[in-house]
Design a binder for this molecule. Structure first.
Ligand code: SAM
Ligand code: SF4
Length: 338
């Protein structure tokens, strides 16, 4: 059967938003304990509750037939999952998938980068929340691991992963004094540093609105030292990107999920490590596809189920903020992958 005839109606919700990106958490486990993400006593999923590679690939294939063309692997920490490059290779062979990205803490990247590149990984986003090794340890609950991350960044640069981005969660009182240092890092190294607003998914309920540093505040600060120019936002992107006005290669971006979210053209579907479809990051709604996969559902049954639950996707955090809804600690970030 050719691709066009295999394709079914595109995945969309009741607000007319089309899904084109899949973000999948391939493990809830992580070798870090970031204080804005991980509960101090995390409860791990039993191994047999986690989707197998075959189940992940089958789900991705069904989704690709509904218009999903970009996949991002996340976690927990995706690189702690054994043979992750094998998974990338399987996913890269799915018809219609244009790119496979990964968001990683970078600690195991130097060792894996070449194999991942060969397997078909297109882009890497590395999280880095401080440029000061001791503070990095404090935020991430690690011990003397900072150099591993910079090695990971170097490995990704030398293998020409494109785009190569750095994610940095800025929280008031923790690392907000490093905003300019991160802008300098972007300016000098040519990477894009994306500043993510702190969201209430910390699993430890540390979050409160006063600890959020908005994207606007960040850009205002940077603009005084390194003038930047806004780039037109790509439809569906959660980030507002900026170039340096002096033409240097790097850039900055803000992910304003708390102060100015872009729910109107959200094009994501998320799947948790234990096989739950999560149409909206901020909603409690999640729908079990693992039991369907394991009960022998056909591709048609899977796609009909995914279609029906995605149709119920809530309008999003933008509406919650407008309605002054309580922004709840819905689920810890390590279980959903960002
Ligand atoms: N372990 C990988 C990593 O840290 O990059 C991937 C999973 S992590 C959950 C995905 C992204 O979510 C990371 O960039 C991380 O910094 C970000 N993140 C985690 N908790 C967050 C929070 N409460 N608010 C905003 N971003 C958060
Ligand atoms: Fe692990 Fe990433 Fe969460 Fe940090 S942000 S604890 S590295 S999953």
């Amino acid at each position: 059967m050719d691709k066009a005839s295999q394709r079914v109606e595109n995945l969309h919700d009741s607000y007319g938003r089309l899904a084109s990106k899949l973000r999948i958490s391939i493990t809830d486990r992580c070798n870090f304990r970031c204080n804005f993400c991980m509960p101090s006593q995390p409860v791990w999923l039993p191994h047999d509750e986690i989707l197998t590679f075959e189940e992940i690939v089958r789900t991705a294939r069904v989704l690709s037939q509904m218009g999903i063309d970009r996949i991002r692997l996340s976690g927990g920490e995706p690189l702690v999952r054994k043979d992750v490059e094998g998974l990338v290779s399987m996913l890269s062979r799915i018809d219609g998938i244009k790119s496979i990205g990964m968001t990683t803490n970078g600690s195991l990247l130097a060792a894996k980068a070449s194999a991942l590149k060969r397997a078909g990984l297109s882009s890497v986003t590395i999280s880095l929340h401080s440029l000061k090794p001791e503070r990095f340890d404090k935020i991430t609950g690690t011990n003397g691991i900072f150099d591993k991350i910079t090695e990971g960044i170097e490995a990704a640069r030398s293998l020409d992963f494109k785009p190569l981005k750095i994610n940095c969660v800025i929280t008031r009182g923790e690392n907000d004094d490093e905003i300019i240092d991160f802008a300098r890092f972007a300016h000098e190294t040519g990477v894009t540093v994306r500043f993510i607003e702190y969201m209430p998914f910390d699993g430890t309920k540390l979050w409160d609105a006063h600890r959020v540093i908005t994207g606007e505040e960040i850009v205002d600060k940077i603009n005084k030292i390194y003038p930047v120019a806004k780039i037109e936002r790509e439809t569906g992107s959660t980030a507002i990107e900026y170039n340096f006005e002096d033409g240097s290669e790097g850039g900055i971006a803000t992910i304003t999920s708390m102060s100015a979210p872009f729910c109107g053209d959200c094009d994501r579907i998320r799947i948790t490590a234990d096989g739950k479809v999560v149409p909206c990051l901020f909603s409690r709604d999640e729908y079990d596809i693992k039991s369907k996969l394991r009960a022998g559902a056909s591709d048609e049954e899977l796609s009909a189920y995914i279609r029906s639950v995605y149709f119920r996707k809530s309008p999003g955090v933008e509406t919650m903020i407008k309605n002054k809804a309580n922004l709840e600690h819905v689920r810890p970030m390590h279980t959903i992958g960002g």
